[in-house]
Design a protein around this ligand. Structure first.
Ligand code: PLP
Length: 379
């Protein structure tokens, strides 16, 4: 089955008891048993929920995995992955990471003796040099947030496999429509489904997708044992969002390509970060591992004062100044004070995340209107 068909049909059947074409919201915490232990596969709402089961089947298909495990947020999904490891183990993570992921690794897991090191993974050989005997997990985000660097997933996963290290790819920025890390050798794919998968900025949700049955079982155990599960209504909203995932991401990427080009020629813009440019250092790898180049675009201004950047961000009308990304509506954001405020300024500057860097999540509006909006606010 091809992607667009999977988005609409994988794991989804009319409800057997009523014929409802759309998966019902099973708003229940418990299920009747005819005699103790005799039930229809559902015992308690944290452990299983039929709306969630349908979503998990659908997500597994979208990422070419065998099982998906859903959580109440992307960070709850990350929390489950980290709980596979023990005190004394080490995580090697890419050095340009979503701020909340960085915060959880350093300030929560650091306290429990799990060490994280943040390294340049844009040359795969560098990853091999950084591996220590304690390294048990390699954590990749690509394209990275907000600098839009590209990591060669297949190359890094091959190195990890050789050393018996597990790999987890945060695939939130690409979405399953653009990139499928399990096909490139990754062990775990993570999504903040809050973003492209949900796509309408109306729900917070996370998931993991794997191929390996034993790993799936360990993660299902953690999902139930720790309990950060999504509610059935949230699962329904994610299922609804997925039905147009391919259409939304396709259009958003087309719009982003036009906007990136426009910004790169604008006299007030110093630099545009977008992997679709032939001059982007990760362009060839992006071409190899992604279907399109994504709809996130970051840029820096010639007058790189915080004041000027603030003025631009506060004066757009269609681009809403807000955290998050991946919805149908276009957003503009300031990573240094918003999504990445939890990362120390020296760390931010090391990867080029200046105080004046602006990040766009390009939506599916008419691109002419989006360009007019940016043009007005830049002048
Ligand atoms: C938003 C985001 C997360 C965290 O997900 P939540 O659903 O907000 O918990 C993780 N990684 C990336 C790349 C994100 O953009």
């Amino acid at each position: 089955m091809k992607f667009a068909t999977k988005a609409i049909h994988a794991g989804i059947e009319p409800d057997p008891s009523t014929g409802a074409v759309m998966t019902p919201i099973f708003q229940t915490s418990t299920y009747a048993q005819t005699s103790p232990g005799d039930h229809k596969g559902y015992e308690y709402g944290r452990t299983q929920n039929p709306t969630r089961s349908v979503l998990e089947k659908n997500l597994a298909a979208l990422e070419n995995g065998t099982e998906a495990i859903c959580f109440s947020s992307g960070l709850a999904a990350q929390d489950a992955v980290v709980k596979l490891f023990s005190s004394g183990d080490e995580v090697l993570a890419v050095n340009d990471l979503y701020g909340g992921s960085y915060r959880q690794m350093v300030r929560v897991w650091g306290q429990w003796g799990l060490k994280s090191r943040f390294v340049d993974m844009y040359t795969a050989a560098n990853v091999e040099r950084e591996i220590s005997p304690a390294t048990k997990l390699i954590w990749i985000e690509t394209p990275t947030n907000p600098m839009l660097n590209i990591v060669d997933i297949a190359a890094v996963c091959a190195i990890a496999r050789k050393h018996g290290i597990l790999t987890c790819i945060d695939n939130t920025f690409a979405s399953p429509y653009l990139q499928n890390p399990l096909d490139l050798g990754a062990d775990i794919v993570l999504h903040s489904a809050t973003k492209y998968i949900g796509g309408h900025s109306d729900v917070v949700h996370g998931c993991l997708v794997v191929k390996d049955a034993e790993l799936a079982q360990r993660l299902h155990f953690l999902q139930n044992a720790c309990g950060a599960v999504p509610g059935p209504q949230d699962c329904f909203l994610i299922l609804r969002g997925i039905k147009t995932l391919h259409l939304r991401v396709q259009r958003a990427c087309e719009n982003a390509a036009v906007i990136a080009e426009y910004l790169s020629k604008h006299p007030k813009v110093e630099k545009v970060y977008w992997p679709g440019f032939a001059s982007h250092p990760g362009h060839e790898i992006a071409k190899k591992q992604m279907r399109m180049f994504g709809a996130m675009v970051s840029f820096d201004l010639k007058d790189n004062s915080l004041e000027h950047a603030t003025k631009v961000m506060s004066s757009t009308e269609l681009f809403t100044l807000a955290e998050s990304l991946g919805g149908v509506e276009s957003l503009i954001g300031h990573p240094a004070s918003m999504t990445h405020a939890s990362i120390p300024r020296e760390e931010r500057l090391k990867v080029g995340l200046t105080d004046s860097l602006i990040r766009l999540s390009v939506g599916v509006e008419d691109v002419d209107d989006l360009i007019e909006d940016l043009g007005k606010s830049l002048s």
